[in-house]
Structures are given as structure tokens and as C-alpha cells.
Design a protein around this ligand. Structure first.
Ligand code: ZN
Length: 307
């Protein structure tokens, strides 16, 4: 049965921007975060604490955190790959949640974070424990859950076993990520259902990229299969510096439009997201890949009735 509502996670400030060649100013990143909050986001992946030489766009992680608004009920997540990143995130005093990453294939895990798949699961479990020790939330994402840019197909059983192993660390949620945008809705439905079952009551989050046009269909399949938290990035920006050919995230506007039309609540205000898209297009100096912001409003705003 399809959920009546999902929890929306804006990942634009991190995953949306990390692959952009032009460095976006800290001030613009903070404006993006402020606009996401204004549009209703209560969970935002604000930055990553990774090696600034490898991901220069995220070099201002501490500055972004220092500028985060005190917003009631908003949870800020920092992506971390190792203990050093975890310590940097905790030191800011502004991050509510550490987001760890492990990867379903060895070759991508090595390219992304210098570990085998198995080692990356152990590292993620350590980071979840680290978050808890610091009084924060800890969660983990399984990258390349639906396919790997180097190894191709990923066995569903392997991803299910990874989720089971991560669940031992009792994270607040486990995410399945289609890092390179190869998933199809049937695959998503099967894998999400299986993972929901084996990690219950821990919820499943999903993270899709629209590289091959299947992103939005995959969101729908995941929600129907029991995923309760959905990642999206304003404007559909995104890509992974270590995954050849990876393209943008599913866009916040398109995901919110689809779910609202289908009767699934997100807590988001679509009109404010569309305004934010116009602002972000100006910052990026180009049209963004998302679609809803470029289409006429539907249904038409109600006309004022004569008195
Ligand atoms: Zn991503």
C-alpha cells in the first residue's frame, strides 16, 4: 500500500553541487539551504566532510555549518566517509546527523573511498557508532545499490546482506542509492521490499539519479514498496566525481509534484521550490535539468470569484 506521506530530504547543497566545476560561494550555499527550509524541508544534507583536494566544492564545509540558520525542527546532515570526516562534522557543533556511505561493489568503493565493499560497511558501522557517542543521529547509504559504473550488475542478495550488516549498528535509517542512475522501477520495487523486510523497524530511504530518465519512476516504485524517506535535489543538479557518466539527482520540484498529485504528502511547498529553482538557475547561469519548474502550473491557480 502506498504511504500517505513521506519524509523529504533535500540533498541539493551536497550531492547537487559537489560535481559542479565552478565553485559556488558559501553564501549561495546558505541561501539554497535557507530556501529549502522556507519551502518546507525538515531534513537537509548540507555538506560533506571529505578531502577538499578530491572534492573542492565541499572545501567550505565548516563555513557552511557556521552559517546554518537555527531552524526549529530542521535536521542538518553531513556526509562523512571516515573518522576524520566524522570528527570534523561533530566539531562544527551544527550537524545533527552523520550520513555514512558504503558501496555495493569493490571497484567503486575503492574509487570513491579507498576501501573494499566489505570494509566500507565496517567503516559505516563505526561512523554510526561515532555519531551516537556524540549524541547525534547516524545513518548509512549503500551507494551503487542498483549497478556499478565499473562492475555492472550488482546482486540483490549482496545489497540485502549489506543492509542487514548495517542494521546491526542500529542507524536511524538505511538508504539505497542508485548513484549512476541505472535502476528501473521493477528492480527498485523488489530490492526496496526486500530491504524494508529485513531491516524493519529501521526505515528505508532512497536516492535516485535521473541519468537515464528512470529517476522519477524509481521514486514511485520505491514509495509503493515501502520506502518512507526520499532524497531529491533542487533543480535536478548533481553527479558523482568518482562515477563516470553519473548525472543529476531526481529534482525536488518533480518529485514533489508527482507525489502531491498522487496523494502522497511531502511537507513541501511546490510554488516555493519553483521560485527557488528560478533563483538557482540564476546562480548557475543555466537552465536546470528539472522539468516541473519550466512547465505551466497545473492545476491552474483558482480564479478569484466575483463578489
Ligand atoms: Zn547521489
Amino acid at each position: 500500500m502506498t504511504a500517505k506521506s513521506i519524509e523529504f530530504m533535500e540533498v541539493g547543497p551536497r550531492d547537487g553541487l559537489q560535481n559542479e566545476k565552478t565553485i559556488i560561494s558559501t553564501q549561495d550555499k546558505l541561501e539554497l539551504i535557507g530556501r529549502a527550509i522556507e519551502a518546507g524541508a525538515r531534513r537537509i544534507e548540507v555538506t560533506s566532510f571529505v578531502n577538499p583536494r578530491r572534492v573542492p566544492q565541499m572545501a567550505d564545509a565548516a563555513e557552511v555549518c557556521a552559517g546554518l540558520p537555527d531552524a526549529q525542527g530542521v535536521l542538518y546532515t553531513g556526509l562523512v566517509l571516515n573518522a576524520k570526516g566524522g570528527e570534523r562534522a561533530i566539531e562544527t557543533g551544527r550537524i545533527h546527523e552523520l550520513g555514512a556511505v558504503c558501496v555495493a561493489s569493490d571497484r567503486f568503493a575503492i574509487a570513491n573511498q579507498g576501501q573494499t565493499s566489505l570494509e566500507s560497511v565496517e567503516a559505516a558501522k563505526t561512523l554510526i557508532a561515532m555519531a551516537k557517542d556524540a549524541g547525534l543521529r547516524g545513518q548509512a547509504t549503500i551507494g551503487a545499490s542498483f549497478g556499478c559504473p565499473f562492475e555492472g550488475e550488482i546482486a540483490e542478495d549482496h545489497v540485502i546482506a549489506m543492509a542487514q550488516a548495517l542494521a546491526e549498528a542500529d542507524p536511524v535509517e538505511i538508504a539505497l542509492a542508485d548513484t549512476i542512475g541505472v535502476a528501473d522501477p521493477a528492480h527498485v520495487g523488489r530490492l526496496v521490499s526486500s530491504v524494508v523486510e529485513v531491516i524493519a523497524p529501521i526505515p528505508v530511504r532512497v536516492h535516485f539519479h535521473n541519468t537515464r530518465g528512470t529517476g522519477i519512476a524509481n521514486v514511485w516504485a520505491a514509495v509503493q514498496a515501502g520506502a518512507t524517506i526520499v532524497d531529491a535535489a533542487l533543480g535536478g543538479l548533481g553527479g558523482c566525481p568518482f562515477a563516470p557518466g553519473a548525472a543529476g539527482n531526481v529534482s525536488s520540484e518533480d518529485v514533489v509534484y508527482m507525489l502531491h498529485r498522487a496523494g502522497v504528502g511531502t511537507g513541501m511547498d511546490l510554488a516555493k521550490l519553483i521560485d527557488a529553482n528560478a533563483w538557482l538557475s540564476g546562480v548557475m547561469d543555466r537552465t536546470l535539468p528539472s522539468m516541473v519548474a519550466r512547465a505551466p502550473a497545473f492545476p491552474k491557480p483558482a480564479e478569484t470569484m466575483p463578489a
